[in-house]
Write a protein that binds this ligand. Sequence first.
Ligand SMILES: [Zn+2]
Length: 250
Amino acid sequence: MNKRLILTLCMIGLGAALALTAVPGPARTTEKPKTALFVWGGWEGHEPKQCVDIFAPILEAEGFKVEISHSLDSYLDLDKLKKLDLIVHIFTMAEIKPEQERNLEEAVKSGVGLAGWHGGLADAHRSNVEYEFMVGGQWVAHPGGVIDYNVDITKPDDPIVKGLKRRFPMKSEQYYMQVDPLDEVLATTTFSGQYAPWIKGVVMPVVWKKHYGQGRVFYTSLGHVAADFNVPEAREIVKRGLLWAARVIQ
Ligand SMILES: [Zn+2]
């Protein structure tokens, strides 16, 4: 191999290396990394840990510094909470102590994002109305249990659902909820009435976003069990919802 060829090969190699390093990765090296706290627990039937184990790595791949907690005592340090970008709260049918609840609400009110799915967020603390005021809805029934139903995207231009199939099927619990008119609804489901004839034709929110004070709140009723997130649309909606609540996407 002559010297010129070696030099040329070296330059090609250097160029390729530079091109590789120039590819913008998800981690924003010049900015402070976003921070997210997952707090999971409550009813095990909702597989809270398995679900968190799906989305925590997704946020890490987006450059987030992620902390995972199995205790509501993580809410006792309000100053720490207020420095977070996002809290993911997954705690079906559990008691929350007044100080824990108050700090969670104060943090979100101050601008920290809040996100969650299914009963983990919207059937977490049934007797805590301020908490429900923050979330924007509360589960009340899933007629028929695990059934086949469709989800319809109703705001296709919203970044959280943009480009997804306008209608996709789920085999899961179809959540009937009491919802806040403030919710900006991005997807709905329509009840057939097969399991509760008087609700035939009712159109129910499945995905919404809203504010509580300065904080962004994202919710979807999808995600009864971790396998529900094998549906690509369900997984993508939660991923983007978390990013929206953390102000990564507008
Ligand atoms: Zn469920």
